[in-house]
Design a protein around this ligand. Structure first.
Ligand SMILES: [Zn+2]
Length: 403
């Protein structure tokens, strides 16, 4: 078995699930088990590496030529809290023939229901035993970046600028960029290795906001409520009914934005709705937020008191707004992908990424494919050939930039 896959299989067996609710940094101590292993392996390569208190691992490969940009590579050590992450027991299927794969007695998957399997026919794939996630997200990226490091250490004659490496904790709970050490990580730009199919380049993501809508009702005994009661739950339903019906995640795809009702609680006197608001396009994003304001104003005027209280907060923005002025880093990745014989493709992320947050904090950071699929569940899998290609792409990016 090759070293890349050996690495990957070693990393996925370490349970590194993050936790939305812990409130600590890292959110789970066990993520450091992988962080420390990576630090040890980087040090064994002779690289200065360290793990900080938050569980971030940093390393740098000193440049051996002048004039080349400093390039960073970032992946995350944690796995999603959405499916069991302990006791990962991976299995390799050689030369996958496109048939239904039985993961265990209860769980199987085939290309009819899961078309991503069609993308790996003829390739060697790594699947789970159906009881846990695989951790391809993002241990594919971690293993591939480790291979990149090993390559440049083993081939000192290859010219390159400074290469920075960072493995972050807590990406899956949206906190992977929270404690990023920019004083150490002085890359001119970076890539997150956290995408799916190899060849993919992602530099567009949603603009995102959250809205909390509070409804103030007027409670009175229902027997004597005529013309007096205002039921806060009805206000919440009325508010929702005034939102555009088809701007709902269940009706949208690609570049279509949405308002998503994530929570609704309350009683007669008081109710609260929670929404997330998403759109790739800044103008449309602003329009969607304004619609919330308009509905609030309309309802307050109609009821003659402050029946609706609205708080809208932006959470993150589309990195494209910044990357569009630095398209050379996209061109560089695209050329590198072509050079290793893979077809590049572009996809807009329907979500956020740590790369988007890093980009807004000043580190340009589009996302690259790693060869993993169907993230965050028991049906997760990875393609060995695609992972190998991802390593070649990352190496080629560094080499091309130094030419
Ligand atoms: Zn990920």
């Amino acid at each position: 078995m090759n070293r890349l896959i050996e690495r990957f299989l070693r990393y996925v067996k370490i349970d590194t699930q993050s936790d939305h609710d812990s409130g600590t940094h890292p959110s789970t101590e066990k993520q450091k088990n992988l962080s420390r292993l990576l630090e040890t392996e980087l040090k064994a390569l002779g690289l200065p590496a360290f793990t900080d208190d938050y569980g971030y691992v940093y390393a740098k490969i000193e440049k051996n030529t002048e004039g080349a940009p400093a390039i960073g590579f970032v992946a995350h050590v944690d796995t999603s809290p959405d499916a069991p992450g302990a006791g990962v027991n991976p299995r390799i299927i050689k030369n996958y023939d496109g048939s239904v794969i039985t993961l265990n007695e209860k769980l199987s998957m085939g290309p009819a229901l899961y078309p991503s399997l069609k993308r790996v026919i003829g390739q060697d794939i790594i699947v789970t035993d159906g009881n846990t996630l695989l951790g391809a997200d993002d241990k594919c990226g971690v293993a591939e970046i480790m291979e990149l490091a090993e390559y440049f250490v083993a081939n000192p004659k290859e010219k390159h600028g400074d290469i920075f490496i960072c493995f972050t904790p807590d990406e899956e709970i949206g906190e992977g960029a929270d404690h990023f050490n920019y004083d150490y990580f002085k890359a001119d730009f970076a890539y997150t290795a956290d995408g799916s199919e190899v060849g993919g380049i992602e530099y567009e993501n949603f603009n995102a906001a959250s809205a909390v809508v509070s409804f103030v009702g007027k409670s009175i005994h229902p027997g004597t409520a005529k013309n007096k009661m205002i039921n806060a739950l009805h206000l919440a339903m009325e508010f929702h009914s005034l939102l555009p019906v088809f701007k709902n995640p269940a009706y949208t795809e690609k570049y279509e934005g949405f308002n998503h009702l994530t929570g609704l609680t309350g009683e007669v006197e008081k109710a609260t709705s929670k929404y997330i608001i998403r759109n790739h396009d800044m103008e449309k994003f602003t329009t969607q937020k304004n619609e919330f304001e308009t509905i609030k104003d309309y309802m307050n005027a109609r009821y003659g008191y402050e029946a609706v209280i609205l708080t809208v907060k932006d959470t993150y923005y589309n990195m494209y707004e910044i990357i569009k002025n630095h398209m050379h880093i996209i061109d560089l990745a695209e050329q590198a992908i072509k050079n290793v014989g893979v077809t590049p493709f572009f996809e807009a992320i329907r979500g956020g990424t740590d790369g988007a947050r890093l980009t807004y904090q000043g580190l340009l950071c589009p996302n690259l494919g790693t060869g993993g699929y169907q993230f965050h569940g028991r049906l997760e899998f990875a393609s060995i050939q695609q992972m190998e290609n991802a390593v070649n792409i990352f190496i080629e990016i560094v080499k091309l930039a130094a030419r």
